[in-house]
Design a protein around this ligand. Sequence first.
Ligand SMILES: [Zn+2]
Ligand SMILES: [Zn+2]
Ligand SMILES: [Zn+2]
Length: 261
Amino acid sequence: MNRLTFLGTGTSQGVPLIGCRCPVCTSQDPKDKRLRTSALIQTPEVTVLIDAGPDFRYQMLRAEVQRIDAILLTHYHRDHIAGLDEVRSFNYFQQRAIPVYANKETIQAVHAFLPYAFGKHRYPGAPLFDLHQVRKRPFHIGDLTIRPIEVLHYDPKAMLNGEMKVNAYRMGDFTYITDAKVIAPASIDKIRGTKTLVVNALRHEPHPTHFSISEALQLIDEIKPERAYIVHTGHALGYAQTQGELPPNVQMAYDGLTIEF
Ligand SMILES: [Zn+2]
Ligand SMILES: [Zn+2]
Ligand SMILES: [Zn+2]
């Protein structure tokens, strides 16, 4: 059995938002306290992290993570990569570079974000990464076979900003999708057969770069997983109320929730 722990389930600003006094940001429900979206996967052989955002350090401490065999990055927004420098602790205790898997654009962004970690002017004591560019093919980390699935952060026809590719990752009948707005039919086909689905939704109202709840439910309806978990949620979605409105096989994920797949 593999285990997934939701280390963070909030949108890019987290919940509560700095300075906000709305009912969700001031809620006493611990399930309304969301760090930036990230997940920890533990198999009999390996520990793999999906994304390393600005809450990385606290997430590692809170979940008592003692080693990491690899980090899978979904895309290069700061809420998914800002914590990468903190792998220094794992470099030290594991005496090795930490393998990082990402698409081409994200690898370029990691170089630009942490210039002191690469090249001939590498700063002594900088984090050590073993960067692997993910293409279309599946790859292996220990006993995990990981299939990358390309999704888009926004509709290039609507935004005219080119496109931003995001990697979703499938492992057996489990698929993890965050920061999706558009999923092409070829990628939908790669998600079919998923029994446990993690998918992002920001709020009820449509948003140009993230699924709304109804768009996430549309995907869930098409894929028909046994269970689905909503992540990357904003402060418009309170846990208790939103959970009450969701179909029985769909759950609002919350920080610290652990599932098996
Ligand atoms: Zn994000
Ligand atoms: Zn708020
Ligand atoms: Zn993003």
